[in-house]
Write a protein that binds this ligand. Structure first.
Ligand code: MSP
Length: 537
């Protein structure tokens, strides 16, 4: 297909993950959401770049390695490989995997720091403050007090820490940051932080005033990126990590990708992404990412006290949803079903989501087995019996009006708006409403009764055409969320979208494909096993 389909680029990132730990639902969730966005944009025909990776220079990596008698690099290699293997197994379609211990990253970061030192935005000073060891971050005095000197994430006491460091002149950017977060255009740029509730929290902290922040540390035990021309100073792991988004695409072939369209993150790391990162970019004279989207958390009650308010998962509380548990869901219900659950029941938006097994089975049965799967079986069965297994003739102009109350253009527009708002459950709902429309249409018209009447064959065919055509449309809209099941459905319906995308560098043509009447009468339909067998118990 010609390059004309590449109207624009789309660059989406996930946080890069600490390698001190094995992957769990937090990592899988953010990465899966990013994968769905990447697939959607590819389906729309946009040249998409999807980046994930690992954040390796944390002090806890040195500790974890030491405890196992390994070098930090060995430990990082082992865990980075595990993240990569996990994402591969989960069908994540990232275009690159950056590791902060790679030279391609380190040399760029040293260059950025040199520039900031030269411009005076990074200067030498002394710092004393409250430090959250688990999160590897300093907490400002006022906030530390509010938090009762405990980490809001791990609950462990904050520790008092004093260092000679390089500082970044964050305070200099207070006013610009405030205006950006208030939604103003600053120097021709906008910077969107979502959801709204999170943006407001950040904004009120900015209005309280910003202090300069340390960007280097001493005593990193040789693990980290050295500050240029300064003995013993290592670049603070958070600064090192944030630069991954830029360093990975700061090459001749990829430079056009910057700025990123969306940094997808969890709410616990929003401060760095909504305040420190844009300020550093302004200091470097680089364009700001267009958007930061901070989802909330998956939570689960602790074992000992199931009635206690659900709290964030942590190893010490024993309420983590492990990789093994997620793999078990994928094995039992399919990977697509796991993705559907994460997309529709997950903590996008400002509220946390409870991870509960019963809810998984309920969602699966209600939406996938009884609605989507059942509708596909019903329609293909009837076409098998009444139309000799081939797509019948139908109304290829106005037939959609029988299935849906809304015009197709409006439906596609709703889908697009949901997608642009990172509202995956909204996207799924648009598609599932189409499926519900098919069921309603069958109930109203009763083709299984009609077929017994003389001279009604064409009418029955037209009804079933509209049903199959609507399911085709629904499968296109569901593809970013459940690619493999949708591709299976395409195969059964004789549709070659998967091959067309492959032939076009992974890019589709949603605008051209999501039109009424493209399903060809006469195409043989394969019945196949139920796409989503009902799950008992
Ligand atoms: N290394 C930093 C990020 C640097 S980005 C420049 C980091 N890594 S992390 O491995 O600890 O966590 C990464 C992400 O996982 C965060 O966005 C966090 O919100 C997410 N999650 C961790 N636990 C989670 C849940 N229980 N639920 C949903 N996501 C959560 O932070």
């Amino acid at each position: 297909m010609p390059d004309a389909t590449r109207e624009r680029d789309f660059y989406v990132t996930t946080p890069i993950y600490y390698v001190n730990d094995r992957p769990h639902i937090g990592h899988v969730y953010t990465t899966t959401v990013a994968d769905m966005l990447a697939r959607l944009h590819r389906l729309r025909g946009e040249a998409t770049f999807f980046l994930t990776g690992t954040d390796e220079h944390a002090a806890k990596v040195v500790d974890a390695a030491e405890a196992r008698g390994l070098t930090p690099q060995e430990w990082a290699d082992r865990n980075a490989a595990e993240f990569q293997a996990t994402f591969e197994r989960l069908g994540i379609s990232n275009d690159d995997f950056v590791r902060t211990s790679q030279d391609r990253h380190k040399t760029k970061v040293i260059g950025y720091l040199r520039q900031l030192i030269a411009s005076g935005d990074v200067y030498l000073g002394e710092y004393e403050g409250w430090y959250d060891e688990g999160q590897e971050e300093y907490v400002p005095e006022m906030r530390a007090k509010e938090l009762d000197y405990k980490s809001p994430v791990t609950g462990k006491p904050l520790v008092r820490k004093k260092e000679h460091n390089d500082f970044f002149a964050l305070s200099k950017y207070t006013d610009q940051l405030r205006r950006l977060l208030e939604g103003e255009e600053v120097d021709g740029q906008r910077f969107i932080v979502q959801p709204e509730a999170r943006r407001n929290e950040i904004l009120s902290r900015i209005r309280d005033g910003l202090n300069d922040v340390p960007v280097s540390r001493t005593g990193a035990r040789g693990w980290g990126i050295p500050v240029p021309d300064q003995e013993g100073q290592t670049i603070y792991v958070w600064i090192d990590a944030l630069f991954n988004y830029l360093s990975t695409v700061d090459t001749d072939e990829r430079r056009h990708l910057w700025p990123a369209d969306v940094h997808l993150i969890g709410k616990d790391i929003l401060w760095f992404h909504a305040v420190i990162w844009p300020a550093m970019l302004m200091a470097l004279g680089r364009p700001l990412p267009r958007r930061v989207y901070a989802h909330s958390w998956w939570v689960r009650p602790t074992g000992e006290d199931p009635d206690k308010l659900p709290i964030k998962m942590s190893k010490s509380l024993g309420n983590i949803v492990s990789l093994e548990e997620l793999d078990a869901y994928a094995a039992e219900f399919s990977l697509d079903a796991l993705r559907y659950f994460l997309a529709t029941q997950g903590p996008l938006g400002a509220s946390d989501s409870l991870f509960a097994g019963e809810r998984f089975t309920e969602t699966y049965n209600a939406d996938l087995a009884n609605t989507l799967g059942n509708s596909v079986s019903r329609v293909t069965n009837m076409i098998g019996r009444y139309c000799e297994g081939s797509v019948p003739e139908g109304d290829r102009q106005g037939g959609f009006g029988n299935v849906s109350e809304r015009p197709l253009e409006a439906v596609i527009e709703d889908y697009g708006s949901a997608a642009d708002a990172v509202n995956l459950s909204g996207m799924a709902r648009v598609a599932m409403d189409l499926v519900a429309g098919v069921d309603g249409y069958i109930e109203r018209t009763q083709p299984f009764k009609l077929v017994k009447q003389e001279g009604k064959a064409a009418e029955v065919g037209a009804i079933l055409y509209a049903c199959a055509e609507t399911l085709r449309l629904a499968s296109l809209l569901l593809w970013p969320i459940m690619p493999w099941k949708c591709e299976e459905l395409w195969r059964r319906m004789g549709l070659d979208y998967a091959a067309a995308m492959e032939a076009n560098g992974g890019l589709g043509r949603l605008d051209a494909w999501a039109r009424w009447g493209l399903l060809q009468p006469g195409t043989p339909l394969e019945k196949g096993d139920p796409l989503f067998p009902r799950h008992e118990g």
